[in-house]
Design a binder for this molecule. Structure first.
Ligand SMILES: NC(=O)c1ccc[n+]([C@@H]2O[C@H](COP(=O)([O-])OP(=O)(O)OC[C@H]3O[C@@H](n4cnc5c(N)ncnc54)[C@H](OP(=O)(O)O)[C@@H]3O)[C@@H](O)[C@H]2O)c1
Length: 240
């Protein structure tokens, strides 16, 4: 039975990732900031207790990341899925491109956005690399965004979120090169599509089920020659 670790597993795409991997027979290590308040996730776990284990994890608490890695030492993790993310205090779902517009930069908010979207996936990869290396599938996937693509940006705005995901893309590209060589691990950034979640809002193109169904296919097809490349949930490759 393969194992996947998902961060931000209590709602949105993270919760759907847990549901689909569980239903497909995987063992799921589901991480959420506040497990006691994660009622949907708890219901999923209670239905199949041997398949889903829940751990408290705020991904910006790097000591807690190290603590979880130590608690899980010796366990194989086939897919490490860095899903937790934020758009910062102003959300695209509520204010659209006005979120983080020029002239309104709040650098305290930027710092937190970068800590969640950019630093935490790097920290998670460093903490869990040996767990992934001892697995059969050996994959590290960070949920990025098409708005992190500089080539695809022809509308401007969203400074902090764009920059945090562009930096995440740079990290995953380097990680793809390094870990393919050192550990035989395939690491990639993956765009989930514009999906109807709290972050994506009601007007988004697809629902969480379609996004996660697509992403799971892309993840299943990952191989070392794809390491460090930027994919979309439908399998197409995105420019940087
Ligand atoms: N939806 C889209 O259209 C879309 C498009 C492109 C990329 N993405 C990316 O896809 C990923 C999932 O997005 P989503 O749409 O599911 O967003 P969402 O519905 O807003 O959910 C965000 C998740 O991240 C968790 N999270 C935030 N900060 C955290 C922290 N410090 N530690 C642990 N967990 C934390 C949240 O937990 P709490 O409940 O505790 O806050 C929640 O589980 C994100 O990386 C996002 O940037 C989404």
């Amino acid at each position: 039975m393969p194992t996947v670790l998902v961060t931000g597993a209590n709602r949105g795409l993270g919760l759907e990732l847990v549901r689909q991997y569980r239903d497909d027979g995987w063992h799921v290590i589901a991480c959420a900031r506040k497990p006691a308040a994660a009622t949907e996730l708890q219901k999923l776990a209670a239905a199949q207790t041997e398949r889903v284990e829940i751990h408290a994890l705020d991904v910006t608490d790097f000591a807690a990341v190290d603590g979880l890695a130590a608690a899980l030492r010796g366990r194989a993790i086939d897919v490490l899925l860095n899903n937790a993310g934020t758009m910062g205090a102003q959300s695209f779902a509520t204010v659209g491109l006005e979120a983080g517009k020029f002239g309104a930069a709040d650098f305290t908010d930027w710092a937190q956005t970068f800590r969640i979207n950019t630093f935490a996936p790097m920290k998670m990869a460093e903490a869990f690399v040996e767990h992934v290396a001892r697995s059969d599938q050996k994959k590290i996937v960070s949920i990025s965004s098409i708005v992190g693509s500089i080539a695809k940006n022809n509308v401007g705005g969203l400074y902090a979120y764009r920059a945090s995901k562009a930096a995440l893309n740079a990290i995953m590209h380097s990680m793809g090169i390094d870990l393919a060589r050192s550990h035989g691990i395939c690491a990639v950034p993956l765009h989930p599509g514009w999906a109807r979640t709290d972050m994506g809002g009601e007007r988004a193109d697809i629902d969480a089920v379609a996004s996660v169904t697509g992403m799971r296919k892309v993840i299943a097809a990952l191989a070392l020659e794809k390491a460090g490349r930027f994919y979309m949930y439908d399998g197409s490759e995105l420019p940087w």
